[in-house]
Design a protein around this ligand. Structure first.
Ligand code: PEP
Ligand code: MG
Length: 275
C-alpha cells in the first residue's frame, strides 16, 4: 500500500504457525516481517530436528507464495526458557543469555536452524533475522555461519540477513548495523523494556511500559535516520505496529515496513492509505 502522498509502505504479518500464515494471506499480507520460530522450540523436551524445522518454514513460505518471509532465529532465554538449553539460573535473565546470544553460545542449534531455513524453496524467499542484537560483531558472526553453510549446501542465491533493533545499543548504532545487515526491524516490545528499564512482564510497572514514550520514539527516529542514510530499510515488527494510533507516527519517523498481527493487516493498510 501507499500513503496518500505516494510513499510505499510494505504491510507484513507476524507469524507463529502455518495457520497464522494462511490467515495473513487472506488479510492481504505482503509477506512476514517476523516468524517467531521459537514456537517450534518451546514446551518440549528436545530441540526440533532440521527436517521438522524445514517442514514448518516451508509450510509458511508455501502459504505466502512469492512473498518475503523473515524468519527470526531462535529467541529463547529471558522470559522464554527452553528446558533442553542449559542456561544457569541468572540474576537478571532479561540481561543474560537470550536472543542471538543463545545461538552464538550453542552453535549446533544455530547451524541446524540456519540449514533448515536455507533449505526452503525457492531459495532466497526466507530471510534470516537476528533477535536481541547489541553489537555488530554478532551480525558478523552469524553472517559467517550463514555464508559458510550456504556455500557448503551449494546455494548460489544470496540470502538476506537482518537485525532486530530491541536494545538501545542497536538503535544508537543503527548506522553501523546497517553496514553489516541487509535490513533492520524494530522490536518495540523489548526496545521499550530496555529503554525505560521496565520489565515488560511485570504487572507492577505495566502502566509505565509505554512504547509511545518520547524516549522510545526518539530511539525509533534515530534508528530510521541512521539506517536509511546507509540505504537500508527499517521496519517495525513489535506490538506498536499493530496500534492504530502509532502507525502514522512510525511512518512519519521513517519506517517503510510494518509487520502486524495477522488480523490487523487490512486495517493497517487502510490507515496508511489515509496518512
Ligand atoms: C519485540 O520485542 O518487539 C518483538 C517483536 O519480539 P518478542 O515480542 O517476540 O520479544
Ligand atoms: Mg523481542
Amino acid at each position: 500500500c501507499r500513503t496518500a502522498d505516494g510513499v510505499r509502505i510494505e504491510l507484513f504479518a507476524n507469524l507463529g504457525t502455518v495457520a497464522d500464515a494462511q490467515a495473513a494471506a487472506v488479510q492481504g499480507a505482503e509477506g512476514s516481517g517476523l516468524v517467531r520460530s521459537e514456537f517450534l522450540f518451546l514446551d518440549r523436551d528436545d530441540a526440533p530436528s532440521e527436517d521438522e524445522q524445514h517442514a514448518a518454514y516451508q509450510g509458511i513460505a508455501d502459504a505466502l507464495p512469492g512473498k518475503p518471509i523473515i524468519v527470526r532465529l531462535l529467541d529463547v532465554g529471558g522470559d522464554k526458557p527452553a528446558a533442553y538449553i542449559p542456561i544457569d539460573a541468572e540474576e537478571n535473565p532479561a540481561l543474560g543469555l537470550r536472543g542471538i546470544r543463545v545461538g552464538l553460545a550453542y552453535r549446533d542449534l544455530l547451524e541446524t536452524q540456519v540449514r533448515a531455513i536455507l533449505r526452503t524453496q525457492p531459495a532466497g524467499q526466507c530471510r534470516i533475522m537476528l533477535p536481541m542484537v547489541a553489537s555488530v560483531a554478532e551480525v558478523h558472526a552469524v553472517r559467517e555461519v550463514v555464508e559458510h553453510l550456504r556455500s557448503e549446501m551449494g546455494i548460489t542465491t544470496p540470502v538476506e540477513v537482518g537485525v532486530m533493533v530491541e536494545t538501545p545499543a542497536a538503535a544508537i548504532t543503527a548506522d553501523l548495523l546497517a553496514d553489516a545487515a541487509d535490513f533492520l526491524s524494530i522490536g518495540t516490545n523489548d526496545l521499550t523494556q530496555y529503554v525505560l528499564a521496565m520489565d515488560r512482564g511485570n504487572p507492577a510497572v505495566a502502566a509505565g511500559v509505554d512504547a509511545m514514550h518520547p524516549a522510545v520514539l526518539r530511539m525509533i527516529a534515530e534508528t530510521c535516520r541512521r539506517a536509511t542514510a546507509k540505504g537500508r530499510w527499517v521496519g517495525v515488527c513489535g506490538g506498536l505496529a499493530s496500534d492504530p494510533a502509532a502507525i502514522p507516527i512510525l511512518v512519519g519517523l521513517g519506517a517503510t515496513e510494518l509487520s502486524t498481527v495477522p488480523g490487523f493487516v487490512a486495517e493497517a493498510k487502510a490507515i496508511v492509505r489515509g496518512v
